[in-house]
Write a protein that binds this ligand. Structure first.
Ligand code: ATP
Ligand code: LTN
Length: 334
């Protein structure tokens, strides 16, 4: 495929904690599958992460760990641009312009904002509210065609498109309109303790989430404790969110369909089923963990990848930013 003509794909994850198997199945794993088909930009969204309070040393550590994890999961730095968001100033710069074209009411209606504002009631800051605008800036800077994310980010993608259309209408064609790429299987992995809610890396209950860094025993123990129901049929249905979630996870990690998983476990008990899910997940995680550890031991390599990535990203981002600055009427010398 001709590099210059291939469509652009953009995605990011926040370095706000240890990643869960939800982040893996809903996001990173798909990035790997798509990297041959698109010109890919994968960012570590540290500007987004500070919309909730972070411990500085931990933020820095999580950032490097996340870079290593991307690569350990199969993101190939030779084929993708991998970088840290705050290393490319155009993100914050474009976000400022887009902030002036986004209404407070729109931001107040965002589901994630409402959830996070309730969760961090003592720190409902402007950045938390403008989070989707920064995300729009991320996407629009690279003239992105496709954005692979989990289903929880769909609303943010829609607002990114709305902002792009608004800008284009006011100032003339500037931004390409991005499309979401949301995989059906695994688009939403639920909490193991409360299967009606999504599994999240910032959940306070450590048993609710399986982290990519969990060792085999921990993974198996968490699945053994997963909330199910008092019935004993291993079938997916709305009345059985816990079992359905485990079937989804099994299918996603085994590489089969939910129907095939149901067939495999027909007539078996919950105990055997949960053990099989735990073992299957642990088998997938082990090589990723080993590779991440190996990469983290080579800080010079990681730092080199990230600095090249930031340079390449900044080059592309700057082109769009300058176009925007010109269109809105900023003086840049004669
Ligand atoms: P936080 O708890 O800090 O808000 P998070 O776990 O929700 O974080 P994000 O950094 O917001 O993770 O999301 C990174 C990517 O992972 C996004 O594409 C998101 O859609 C996807 N993702 C997050 N949680 C899940 C999940 N439970 N199932 C599927 N995909 C998910
Ligand atoms: N908000 C996203 C992370 C993110 C992102 C992006 C995803 C920041 N910028 C641009 C796709 C495109 C999240 O997943 N929580």
């Amino acid at each position: 495929m001709e590099e210059a003509q291939s469509k652009v794909l953009y995605s990011a994850v926040q370095p706000s904690g240890n990643l869960t198997i939800g982040n893996y199945v809903g996001a990173i794993r798909n990035w790997v599958a798509l990297q041959g088909q698109f010109t890919c930009f994968y960012a570590i969204a540290d500007l987004h992460a500070i919309t909730v309070r972070q411990v500085p040393a931990e933020l820095r550590r999580h950032t490097l760990e996340l870079a290593a994890l991307y690569i350990a999961c199969g993101v190939d730095p030779a084929r993708c641009t991998l970088y840290v968001q705050s290393n490319v100033p155009a993100h914050a710069e474009l976000a400022w312009v887009l902030n002036t074209m986004t209404y407070v009411g729109e931001m107040e209606r965002m589901t994630q904002f409402k959830d996070k504002a309730a969760k961090h009631a003592e720190n409902v800051n402007m950045g938390l509210m403008a989070y989707p605008v920064l995300m729009a800036a991320d996407i629009l800077l690279y003239q992105t065609d496709v954005v692979p994310v989990g289903i929880d980010q769909r609303q943010h993608l829609e607002i990114a498109r709305d902002i792009a259309v608004r800008f284009n209408n006011r100032y003339g064609e500037t931004f390409r309109l991005p499309e979401g790429y949301i995989v059906k299987e695994g688009a939403k992995i639920a909490s193991l303790q409360d299967p009606l809610h999504k599994m999240s890396k910032s959940d306070e209950n450590p048993n609710a989430s399986v982290y990519l860094s969990d060792d085999r025993d921990t993974v198996i123990r968490k699945f053994r404790r997963a909330v199910t129901d008092s019935d004993n049929a291993i079938v997916a249905s709305e009345q059985k969110p816990g079992v359905t979630n485990l079937l989804n996870i099994y299918a996603a990690f085994r590489g089969c369909t939910v129907a095939e998983a149901e067939k495999e476990f027909a007539g078996k008990g919950y105990g055997d089923f949960k053990l099989a899910v735990g073992e299957t997940v642990a088998d997938v995680l082990a090589p990723i963990q080993a590779e991440q550890k190996r990469l983290l031991a080579d800080k010079a390599y990681l730092s080199d990848i990230l600095s090249r990535g930031a340079q390449a990203a900044a080059h592309t981002a700057r082109r769009t930013l300058l176009k925007v600055y010109r269109k809105v009427g900023f003086y840049r010398g004669e």
